[in-house]
Design a protein around this ligand. Structure first.
Ligand code: MG
Length: 126
């Protein structure tokens, strides 16, 4: 199943432009930090996948993830962390917090499409 809507959360406008190219087949909802992402989720209840940066002002990605996982309406939405926070510890922290997958920046376009494909197929991303 193709996601009907992907929420992309990153404080870099350049990254948003890259997502628009890579994910041109998907409807995107944009947010520049965790606060805006929560507002966008509330306004777009059909979002069914979230791509999430960690380092952002106001509310970072891990704080936003905690909100998503604590919310009954949103906790089922798979969250893929895409961040330069690349240590083993950060990866574990994100996965423990409920992320479905973790991709390090700089990313290959194929890596994002592959993870989305696996989530759509119901296969846990490796
Ligand atoms: Mg950032």
């Amino acid at each position: 199943m193709r996601p009907t809507k992907i929420l992309v959360v990153d404080d870099s406008k350049l990254v948003h432009k890259m997502y628009e190219v890579i994910l041109k087949e998907y409807p995107l909802v944009h947010a520049l930090d965790g606060v805006e992402a929560l507002q966008q989720l509330a306004g777009h209840p059909t979002v069914d996948l979230i791509l999430l940066d960690i380092n952002m002002p106001r509310m970072n990605g891990l704080q936003f993830l905690a909100h998503v996982k604590a919310h009954q309406l949103f906790r089922h939405i798979p969250v893929v962390i895409i961040s330069t926070e690349g240590t083993e510890e950060d990866t574990l922290r994100g996965l423990k917090a409920g992320a479905a997958a973790y991709i390090k920046k700089p990313f290959q376009n194929e890596a994002i499409l592959e993870v989305i494909g696996r989530l759509q197929a119901g296969t846990p991303p490796g």
